[in-house]
Design a protein around this ligand. Structure first.
Ligand code: ES4
Ligand code: ZN
Length: 327
């Protein structure tokens, strides 16, 4: 019988979690108070995280919550709290998403966001966790806006503060190819590439095809609809590209953990990992909750979870030498 203790103690990498999605109601409330922002809540319990079912419904709540983040200290505090939590969860390597356009579009300077997050990473040096950043573009914004964001990121990328770029937010009518030029440019600048191909959006399989065959991403986020196309799934497995699943996120936005698709990928040898995505908006299910609850649901033992954790290191963007130290 699988024990929670085993899950908690298992060394793992987390590759798909949005820093803004770790904003718990308590912290949102406290930051709103110190920034003197009226969010219409008298206590943290008044902040409603039951936004309903579906990606647009989630995104609405997500962008509303993060409005309280204004200062470098806000981004610092949010990141510092999450890194402590990850280290306590035995996450040894973290590749953390952030959404600069969700803040620059509200008048918050790019520097405020990245410097607050980065300082928390530096100050977490005493924790036994290695942290890298992935900058996501918001796909409902224009390619020009993404280009501008890439330009703003350049000095920080050169300092080694940002390892990769991703693509997230509203997928409807916003295919990977909309951002072909910006991803080509990012690759030229030395970034790793990943992108969300979310569940059951319109034309998702086409989007996965574009991401894998044309953009040639280094990893694929969600992308579970790939099981609908046997050739594409075989291609993903052959080229050993990682696929980041977030079972509890699906439970909160679709009311299922997508066991079938996940098991199919897993049983066919895909390099699939488990991740928390937006834990503060997905029932406060952090990485170990995700591992444990999915395993319980599918009657998995330690053996399967060890392979999931190995996949997380294998498909991370650390050096081959570092990978071997974890495998
Ligand atoms: C996201 Cl799960 C998910 N999908 C798309 N965009 C996102 N931003 C944060 N989480
Ligand atoms: Zn995500």
């Amino acid at each position: 019988k699988l024990s929670r203790k085993f899950v908690d103690g298992l060394p793992k990498a987390e590759l798909h979690v949005h820093i803004e999605g770790t904003l718990e109601a308590e912290m949102e409330f406290a930051i709103a108070k110190r920034n003197q922002i009226d969010i219409g809540a008298k206590t943290p319990a008044d902040i409603d995280r039951n936004y309903g079912v579906g990606l647009p419904e989630f995104l609405k709540a997500y962008y509303k919550g993060m409005q309280v983040l204004r200062t470098k200290q806000d981004f610092y505090d949010l990141t510092a709290a999450f890194l402590r939590k990850e280290a306590d969860s035995n996450v040894k390597h973290l590749e953390l998403f952030f959404d600069p356009q969700a803040h620059t579009s509200r008048g918050i300077p790019f520097a405020t966001v990245i410097e607050g997050i980065h300082e928390a990473i530096v100050d977490a040096a005493s924790l036994d966790i290695d942290v890298q950043l992935i900058m996501c573009f918001l796909r409902e914004y224009s390619q020009e806006s993404a280009m501008q964001t890439l330009k703003e990121a350049e000095p920080y990328h050169k300092k080694g503060w940002i390892l990769g770029v991703g693509l997230d937010s509203d997928e409807h009518h916003n295919p990977p190819l909309k951002f072909m030029l910006v991803f080509a440019k990012a690759r030229n600048q030395g970034y790793y590439l990943t992108m969300h191909c979310d569940l059951h959006q319109v034309d998702t399989v086409d989007h996965i095809k574009q991401a894998l065959e044309i953009i040639t991403v280094d990893r694929l986020d969600h992308g579970l609809n790939i099981v609908e196309n046997a050739d594409l799934m075989t291609f993903l497995i052959d080229i050993k590209i990682g696929i980041t699943a977030c079972p509890m996120a699906y439970f909160y936005t679709r009311k299922v953990m997508e066991q079938k698709a996940i098991n199919k990928l897993f049983n066919n040898g895909a390099l699939i990992s488990f991740n928390s995505d937006d834990p503060a908006y997905k029932g406060s299910n952090y990485i170990n909750d995700v591992y444990y609850k999915f395993a319980q649901k599918c009657n998995w033992s330690e053996k399967e979870l060890v392979r999931i954790a190995q996949n997380s290191f294998k498909t991370s963007w650390i050096s081959q030498q570092e990978k071997e130290s974890y495998l």
